[in-house]
Write a protein that binds this ligand. Structure first.
Ligand code: PBG
Length: 326
């Protein structure tokens, strides 16, 4: 055959393929979520996340030092609270000596350059496992009261030394409220990575095991987005940009690559994607069964998320990926 164009020429060898690769993962792309518990010398393997651990703060600090050496530059912190401190106001979330606040300062002391991001939502502190304050009579999650509580939480994270707060609560108007509070309290350099398009997803199951934070009643569908919706994600995201978000996020990732791409095309600030706990669990399960190759799955999944438009990826596979990228 005479062919004017042979597409396979640029696929002929690994070297050629690497020359024309459009998407290249690097350690700079990753944010590693970290689960922290009270106590000492704890390294607890989360049953639904094999190979992933919840650490006490002493072990967390050791881990973060290792991460920095490996080239991972950002961590996203989550804490597990004792049932005793949970209530319907979430007030433990702005306790200056709370586990989150102590963790932020211990990590910044140990590795000052590590970019510390913190989850902002009430679920680990809520006796009902909801991201906001519950109106007991109706079961509805109160918007404005929750934003007030989360504002106090955000300021306490900033005071402890957080580089970015990462609101995952999906209340209306929170980004503007946090930005204003940060400006007014001399934290104008603290960034906001907003979970802008966060869907009500069954992929968060293992995470709720990790933090013992599953909702005590109902679900999160009155605040997190309906997975049937696409245009709404753009609307949410543009509002967060307008209100002062520095980075926007789509969550989960693999089942939402279309949303990542649309958000990327709609904004001019960095876009992140959260490759969530259930996505981690699925890969681990398939690999454990011997049905799929774990290393290849990790790289293909993360590259696809980046190709879809994510500038940053929060993923439990950050360490594995850095090792695989060698
Ligand atoms: C809390 C929060 C959740 C996740 C991140 N922040 C759970 C939820 O909304 O129920 C999920 C992360 C994951 O599944 O890896 N608001």
């Amino acid at each position: 055959m005479f062919l004017q164009r042979r597409n396979r020429i640029t696929r002929r060898s690994a070297a050629i393929r690497s020359l024309v690769a459009e998407t290249v993962l690097t350690p700079n792309d990753f944010i590693l979520p970290i689960f922290i518990d009270e106590g000492e010398n704890i390294k607890y393997e989360i049953p639904s996340m094999p190979g992933y651990f919840r650490y006490s703060l002493d072990n967390t600090v050791k881990e973060v030092k290792e991460l920095w050496k490996m080239g991972i530059k950002s961590v996203l912190l989550f804490v597990k609270c004792d049932d005793k401190v949970k209530d319907n106001t979430g007030k433990e979330s702005w306790n200056k000596n709370g586990l989150m606040q102590r963790s932020i300062s211990a990590i910044k002391d140990a590795v000052p350059e590590m970019v510390v991001m913190t989850d902002v939502a009430l679920d680990p502190y809520s006796e009902y496992g909801h991201d906001g304050i519950v109106d007991i009579a109706s079961g509805y999650i109160l918007n404005d009261e929750t934003v007030d509580a989360l504002t106090l939480m955000s300021l306490s994270h900033a005071e402890a030394g957080a580089d970015f707060i990462a609101p995952s609560d999906m209340m209306d108007g929170r980004i503007g409220a946090f930005r204003k509070a940060l400006e007014e309290n001399n934290f104008s350099n603290v960034g906001i990575m907003s979970y802008s398009a966060k869907y009500a997803s069954c992929f968060y199951g293992p995470f709720r095991d990790a933090l013992d934070s599953a909702p005590g009643f109902g679900d999160k569908k009155t605040y997190q987005m309906n997975y049937a919706n696409r245009i709404e994600a753009i609307n949410e995201t543009l509002q967060d940009v307008e209100q002062g978000a520095d980075i926007v996020m789509v969550k989960p990732a693999m089942a939402y690559l279309d949303i990542i791409r649309e958000v990327k095309n709609a904004v001019t600030i960095p876009v992140s994607a959260y490759h969530v706990s259930g996505e981690y669990a699925m890969i681990k399960a398939a690999a454990k069964m011997g049905w799929l190759d774990e290393d290849k799955l990790i790289l293909e999944s993360l590259t696809s998320i980046k190709r879809a438009g994510a500038d940053l990826i929060a993923t439990y596979f950050a360490k594995d990926a850095v090792k695989l990228l060698g």
